[in-house]
Design a protein around this ligand. Structure first.
Ligand code: G16
Length: 546
């Protein structure tokens, strides 16, 4: 009879369930194949081996297929011996809120359903990842073991029970398991209020500082309303696209200059708001804009680090900072001045977890619009927005003035990323193989004003557990510290995405007004020539420039 029966369903492996940079991301139709989601969830449970009656956190960014997936996972959790699952109301939790809830309730782990900034809807993307008890994305040794388990899978366990209602908070029973439907918005907003000077931000806004926050019809809408409208008393007009929709209003919930164009158009021109910000599908990314001014994520990390003493939660000082390898070295210069350690990790937030758990870093960030701190173990979009507002409220300067002052003091790490999306895999692999083969001849060679000094394929040894991650991106480093990095993305769902990261250091204030593409034009041309990109892929220009 439905309600109590645990079913064991025979299944066979899918061969493509290797988690990427951040969990398993595929087209919705792939996840809708028979047993596909179930296989992966069982592989998670088989490899993490939860103790009986363990506590799990579950939620997603609300995209298409979220609800169906939540019900399946709840029934599988019940069948796999979990005692209680904390699930976000409506099945929704932002990624930072999920991390916050895992930590606050000392859960065994959490499952987050999201394909982040990738589009949603029946023809869009879906994703799933496992976070460990520290609230952070599972490290590689766990994602590897999940993949191994997926290749050996023969069956999965699921309760034959009715769906749990998710729209009202409270406790419900599913077989022997309790499902607690929670509203995580206030937990998360409380955490933000404990870190930032809400009084100073409230005064800034009351004084007429005009902001726009664009939730891109994704998960942060309710969190933004609670924080900006209810707690910081910002006017209603401060919020844009704050109703979460399963297809993100047919948008691409990626907070960058290309996809957040509605906000960008608002911030560029005459009489614009003073400050603009956006976050992504699951709320962990951020973009910061001033009037007619874009703050690169790499600069943002450096500026937050340099000004952390202005923020109550960080006034006591920073243990250290970390950035992913392709992120610019702007933060390194600040760390040097503050005399704190600076770590360079591979791309992927999971690499910051050990450093934060060991108390080695407080702030970390990536060029991919991610910034965060040890308050949780995920990057955190609204946190970055509040950090900026806190700095502006204390310094009483515009965003642009704060950035220019920073550049004048530290020099400018001019930076850009060029993405070539949906390239055939063979062509993308061909570019990488060709570059690697060239590496032996490059050091010492001159290209216009640049001389190659060192080339390698970045490899990282975790200073905490000694694990090594090789093959993390091809670097060409020039004698003046400028760099070109080539890397294949681990989050795309169609063909390969080749990312080219370009960085040049310029201490000369008179050059700081230059547009990044202009300032980097010589490096861009060198990257094209060395990689034979156009010849090998047929692509003359990038799909997205950030
Ligand atoms: C994920 C990871 C980030 C990573 C980004 C881009 O972000 O959590 O650490 O920087 O992908 O990765 P890739 O260059 O491999 O595509 P998100 O926001 O998509 O979860």
């Amino acid at each position: 009879m439905p309600g109590n029966t645990i079913l064991t369903i025979a299944s066979s492996p899918y061969k493509d369930q290797r988690p990427g940079t951040s969990g398993l991301r595929k087209r919705v139709q792939v996840f809708q194949q028979a047993h596909y989601l179930e296989n992966f969830v069982q592989s998670i449970f088989d490899s993490i081996k939860p103790p009986q009656k363990a506590l799990l956190v579950l939620g997603g960014d609300g995209r298409y297929f979220n609800r169906e997936a939540i019900q399946i996972i709840l029934k599988m959790a019940a069948a796999n011996g979990f005692g209680r699952v904390l699930v976000g109301k409506g099945g929704i939790l932002s990624t930072p809120a999920a991390s916050c809830v895992i930590r606050k309730h000392a859960a065994f782990g959490g499952i987050i359903l999201s394909a982040s900034h990738n589009p949603g809807g029946p023809d869009g993307d879906f994703g799933i990842k496992y976070n460990t008890s520290n609230g952070g994305p599972a490290p590689e040794k766990i994602t590897d073991s999940i993949f191994e388990a997926s290749l050996k899978l023969t069956q999965y366990r699921i309760a034959d029970a009715p769906d749990v209602q998710l729209d009202k908070t409270g406790d419900y029973t599913l077989c022997d398991m309790t499902v607690s439907v929670i509203d995580a918005v206030s937990d998360y907003a409380d955490l933000m209020e404990s870190l930032f000077d809400f009084g100073a931000i409230r005064d800034l806004l009351a004084g007429g500082f005009n902001i726009r926050f664009d939730a891109m019809h994704a998960v942060t809408g309710p969190y933004a309303r609670e924080i900006f409208i209810n707690r910081l008393k910002a006017p209603e007009s401060s919020l844009m696209n704050c109703i979460p929709l399963p297809d993100f209003g047919k948008g691409h919930p990626d907070p960058n200059l290309t996809y957040a164009h509605e906000l960008v158009e608002m911030l560029y021109g005459e009489n614009t708001p003073d400050f603009g910000a956006a976050s992504d599908g699951d709320g962990d990314r951020n973009m910061i804009l001033g009037r007619n001014f874009f703050v690169t994520p790499s600069d943002s990390l450096a500026i937050l680090t340099a000004n952390a003493k202005l923020v109550p939660g960080y006034r006591a000082g920073l243990a250290g900072v970390a950035r992913s390898m392709p992120t610019s070295a702007a933060v390194d210069l600040v760390a040097k001045e503050l005399d704190i350690p600076c770590f360079e990790t591979p791309t992927g937030w999971k690499f910051f977890g050990n450093l934060m758990d060991a108390g080695k870093v407080t702030l970390c960030g990536e060029e991919s619009f991610g910034t965060g701190s040890s308050h949780i173990r995920e990057k955190d979009g609204l946190w970055a927005v509040l950090f900026w507002l806190n700095i502006v409220a204390i310094k009483k300067q515009s965003v642009e003035a704060i950035v220019r002052e920073h550049w004048a003091h530290f020099g400018r790490n001019v930076y850009s990323r060029h993405d070539y999306e949906a390239i055939p895999n063979d062509a993308a692999n061909g570019v990488m193989a060709h570059l690697k083969a060239e590496f032996a001849h490059l050091p010492g060679k001159t290209f216009g004003s640049y001389k190659a000094e060192h080339c390698d394929d970045f490899s990282y040894t975790d200073p905490v557990d000694g694990s090594t991650s090789a093959g993390q991106g091809l670097r060409i480093i020039f004698t003046d510290g400028s760099r070109i990095v080539f890397r294949l993305s681990g989050t795309g769902t169609e063909g390969a995405t080749l990312r080219i990261y370009l960085e040049a250091y310029d201490p000369v204030v008179a050059n700081h007004h230059l547009d990044a593409q202009t300032a980097l034009s010589e490096l861009i041309a060198i990257a094209g020539r060395l990689s034979e990109l156009e010849k090998r892929t047929g692509r003359a220009k990038p799909t997205v420039i950030t």
